[in-house]
Design a protein around this ligand. Structure first.
Ligand SMILES: Cc1ncc(COP(=O)(O)O)c(C=O)c1O
Length: 412
């Protein structure tokens, strides 16, 4: 069945299951993947560079390095910045595990930062407090939770004053914009206020590659390091060869088989099939973002009757969010119902929901490794968040159904 027919069928079934997030794959995406499958290269072929060029242009960065997923992209960012043993990285705790595990598995110690209880985003004062708990900090991995960003300009000023590098974990935020103090608009990923930006193209994200990720930067040296971190730390560039005896033929031409390992790395490459899908999806970013924004506006209106028990996530002033998630803030305590019960009741009515996120500093590994820490903003954000279905093929009537069902469950 074709994608439009599938969508028509879904619309005809008012109670079709609505997951909290899912991809929207259309006929031209399928055609693009089919073409890649018919091509000469399934990996390290032309689609990789085409996707990178298009992504760099879309977000306004000089370089984009595509890879196998967002976790790999975070890992590559840590490798490119040399965040190994003896280094310290600040990570806000409302995020997915990978934001902390990537630098930590590379040897860095993690300094956890609190967040705004109403947005889940790290505030400048949270960052200052985290710096105050460390003797030195090498990098800050900031997170644009739900697709919205906080005051990244103020955060950059603080991090720079301490000499720390900045990585934006924008796995939620492809398509998000930011208005700076001087009124200029920049895209997340352009690195206007950071060194590196990391994206994920997992199917629940705004555009999908199946699995996929990327890092963008404006620094050519970092771009080279990122590409090496993706591909075994190897080089085939003759001007980088060290073992000249082995590298070159008697006439001085490079030996055709020869490559050198500059530093050992893993294989985090994205293949041509993924990149063909990513390129096709990237062309729809504007439409997908607009759809998600319209659905978020629909939710805001549909949830209004349930205020103050249910509220939308607070909006930050300078962000033009490309919503990856629609996180409602629900006062479960006052409603007299647990979040688990609400989720189960929603599921009975064919509505998926999810919690983004359990604060990472409370995960058993990190609590044991770095000790208990009181981060009340994160606890409060976590206590009330519930992500409701949001994806590009949803309709406004789906939104109304979700809101009405939630209202019923809460006793309205
Ligand atoms: C904030 C954040 N960082 C990192 C990741 C990791 O991305 P991936 O699943 O593509 O490895 C995710 C994915 O859910 C995420 O939401």
């Amino acid at each position: 069945m074709s994608a439009p027919a599938l969508r028509a069928q879904k619309r005809a079934l008012p109670n079709a299951f609505l997951p909290y997030g899912r991809q929207l794959i259309e006929e031209d995406d399928i055609a693009a993947v089919t073409e890649a499958l018919r091509g000469d290269f399934l990996t390290t072929g032309p689609m990789v560079e085409r996707f990178e060029t298009a992504l760099a242009k879309t977000v306004g960065a000089k370089h984009a390095i595509v890879c196998s997923n967002g976790t790999a992209a975070l890992h590559m960012a840590a490798r490119a910045l040399g965040l190994g043993a003896g280094t310290k990285v600040i990570v806000p705790v409302i995020t997915f595990l990978a934001t902390a595990s990537a630098p930590h598995l590379n040897g860095a110690e993690i300094i956890f930062a609190d967040v705004d209880p109403e947005t889940g985003l790290m505030r400048p004062e949270d960052l200052e407090a985290a710096f105050a708990r460390a003797d030195h900090v090498d990098a800050v991995f900031n997170v644009h939770v739900n697709g919205q960003c906080g005051d990244i300009e103020a955060i950059a000023k603080i991090a720079r004053a301490y000499g720390a590098k900045i990585v934006d974990d924008a796995c939620h935020a492809i398509g998000t914009g930011f208005v700076a103090e001087d009124g200029s608009l920049s895209q997340i990923g352009s690195n206007a206020f950071c060194d590196l930006t990391v994206f994920s193209f997992h199917p629940v994200k705004t555009i999908a590659m199946g699995e996929g990720g990327a890092v963008t930067t404006n620094d050519p040296e970092l771009a080279v390091r990122l590409a090496r971190a993706r591909n075994h730390g190897m080089t085939r560039k003759p001007d980088e060869f060290v073992n000249t005896q082995d590298a070159f033929d008697a006439d001085g031409t490079p030996n055709p088989w020869y490559y050198e390992c500059i530093e050992p790395e893993f294989n985090w490459r994205a293949n041509d099939i993924q990149c063909a899908l990513g390129l096709s999806q990237l062309g729809k970013l504007g439409r997908f973002v607009a759809r998600r924004r319209a659905l978020a506006v629909g939710y805001d209106a549909a949830l209004t009757p349930f205020a103050p028990l249910v509220r939308p996530t607070a909006r930050t002033s300078a962000s033009l969010p490309a919503w990856h998630l629609y996180a409602a803030r629900i006062d479960f305590e006052r409603a007299g119902i647990s979040r688990a019960t609400v989720m189960r009741e929603l599921a009975k009515d064919g509505i998926g929901s999810q919690v983004h996120y359990f604060p990472i500093h409370r995960q058993p590994y990190y609590a044991k490794r770095f000790g208990a820490l009181s981060l009340p903003g994160a606890d409060r954000y976590y206590g009330r968040c519930l992500s409701l279905p949001l994806f590009a093929s949803m309709s406004l009537s789906d939104v109304e159904r979700v809101a009405a069902t939630l209202g019923n469950i809460l006793g309205f």
